[in-house]
Each structure stands twice: as C-alpha cells, then as structure tokens.
Design a binder for this molecule. Sequence first.
Ligand code: MLT
Length: 401
Amino acid sequence: MLQLNENYLNLNQNYLFSEVAKRVAAYTEANPDKPVIRLGIGDVTKPLTKKTIDALNEGVSHMANAETFKGYGPEQGYMFLREAVVDYYKRNGAEIDADEVFISDGAKSDTGNITDLFGPDNTVLIPDPVYPVYMDSNTMNGRHIELIDANKQNGFTPMPYEGLKADIIYICSPNNPTGASYTRDQLKKWVDFALANNSLILFDAAYECFIEEDVYPHSIFEIEGAKKCAIEFCSLSKTAGFTGTRCGYTIIPKDLVFDASNGTKLSVNSMWTRRQSTKFNGVPYIVQYAAAATLSEEGIRQCKENINYYKENAKIIAKCFEEKGITYFGGINSPYIWFECPNNMYSWDFFDFMLKEIQVVGTPGAGFGKNGDNFFRLTAFGSRENTIEAVKRISEFLDRL
Ligand code: MLT
C-alpha cells in the first residue's frame, strides 16, 4: 500500500502567506467597496530598472538568432553570471570563487532544497520567530528541530550559549521577519561556535542590500573562518525586484568538507553540484543574462534608487510607531518593521481587526513562531502613496484603541 510522507501531518494547514492571502480574498469578496492596502508579503512594487530591462530585451534577441540561441544551460548557472556574483561580492568586501556560486530561481527554493544534503539525525537549530520555509522544509523531512528564542530581551539576535547543541544552524540577517541584524562581532561568535562543534551555518542574506550601517556584514564570508562552516543564500528578489523574474544564488565554499560514516571525505559543494544536476535544469538564459547586467556597478546603482525609495517608506512607517511610543524593530537596515501589537493583542486577532476596521494588511507575528504571538510585521515594499495612506489609517486606529 502507498505510504505518504506523514511528516506533512505536522505542518500547519496552509503556508503562512497562503493563509494571509486566503483571509484577504474572503474579506475583499465580501466587501468589494472597501479598498485594501497590502503591506503583508514582502513583494516589491517598483518595476525592474532600465539596465535590467535592456538586458532582458537583449537576451530575448539572442534567442531569436541561430548563432546566439541557447538551449539547455549548465545546471549550476552560466559562468558569466557566476563571475558577476563574485565581482558583486568583491565590491561588498567578501572573496569567493565562481565555482562556489550556484545560480537558482531564488533563496526560498535553495534554503528548502539544501535539506536534501543532510542526514536524518541532525539537530537543526532554528530561531523563533523565523521565515517559515526553514521550519516547514525540515518538518517535511522529519528532522529534529530545536528552537532558539529571539525576543525583545536579546534584540531578536539570539547568541550561542553554554551547552547549546546544533548540527545545522539557520541564521537570517538582516532578519525576516524582525528586521534585526547581526553585527560582525556577533556573527563571529556564531562562526566560532560552528567551527568548534563541527556544525554548519545556513546563512540567508536575502536582505543584505538594505544594510546601510557598516557594523553589519553583507555576507557571512566577511567573517574569518566562515568558509569552513557556512553556506550563504541570496537572491535578486529584494535587491533588484526579481520576485516575479526569479533568480537567486547560493554560495557553497569548497572548504566545506565533512567526514562520512565510512571515513570518506564528502564535499558539500560536490554534493550540491550532483543534486542540482539531477533535479534542476537551471534558470532561463534570458533571466541569467539580465541578472549579470543587474549585478554590474551601473546595474546596482540603479537598483539602489529603488531600495532607497523602499527605505524612505520604512522611515515613514517607523516614525508612526516612534510617535505613538510603540516598541518596534527593523526599518533601518531592513524593509520590515516588526512592532508590538497594541494592548498585547494576539497577532492573528490584530490582523483580522486591522483588516476589518481599516483595511490594512500586514503579517501576524504568530505565523513566524510563538515569540511572534504579540508582534506584527509591515513591509516597506508598497508604493509611497499606499504607505502614506496605510500609516494615516494605522495612526488614527491606534488613537482609537
Ligand atoms: C516575506 O514576505 O517574508 C517574503 O517575501 C517571502 C519570501 O521572500 O519568500
């Protein structure tokens, strides 16, 4: 008889953002005359930059010509893009090699798929609250998960402590959902812990382009020793507005070599090459061509204009909580503002209440873990007009509570 993967029984019924979308759809269907402002999922609203669009068009023209047409590409990505990633890292202060770069359709897929490489008996350390993909993908594999509390007391940047045991450690900085970031010194402590315990850090840098204060590293590979204990995931989704275009990259250092139970040395970089060659046929040539242009100095300069626009939105949202005396995190080196629900309300109740009363959608902190129960996340990725209107409605709403 067919046996299904019953670990799926341990998941919430819906993925967090599907649940949010379901509730919003039900509300808009019942109230078509009440326009809703969506500051829930971190999806961008600014169009792609000119540099990206020009390169996309150029890529399309290559496909129209027999001399430049491309069929299947290398599963790990075209070398021209892998080298563009290396150059981007160099400009940000980290040295990596092109054969350590793997091109994918985004950090969400890779942070989930990477779990294919690890044995079933590892202990996985996941901060609470957390981007639900880490939690769900390890739950699907039936792995033992240990949670580490991220909360107001530790500024949402939990640190290793005496007696901590973890084989695989997820870190996201700047953090989704809390907007908090690890400084270089803090990250060095995690790297030292991983090196001392033969553990592996899975570092999600999807929001690095929002960093403006130099104490926060853009990449874990700015930290000494990280190449022996970390994998980094990043994408062009937030950096360049590729949420619908899809292109990401994962850096797996060649120094990541661990002992198999039969004494063989296993290279994580070779395992991922093998995994991707079997299960993935690469990102479309046209998208990779545009991604390489986007990562050039001029491409990133144009992206920064959009990032600065979102950062201004973040300031507008943060100012509202500042004025109301509400505790919040993020909003400076991050597109997320993570604030305490008024009157200690449960965040799903606050979500429903805001939707019904002022038609503003955010993401309830409870969807990211129990330490998010009384927190709420707003994104700065909306349009300026919607952000200003949402803040006006929230401000009046808070006064009424
Ligand atoms: C979020 O809102 O947390 C992100 O947009 C989700 C993602 O990047 O997959």
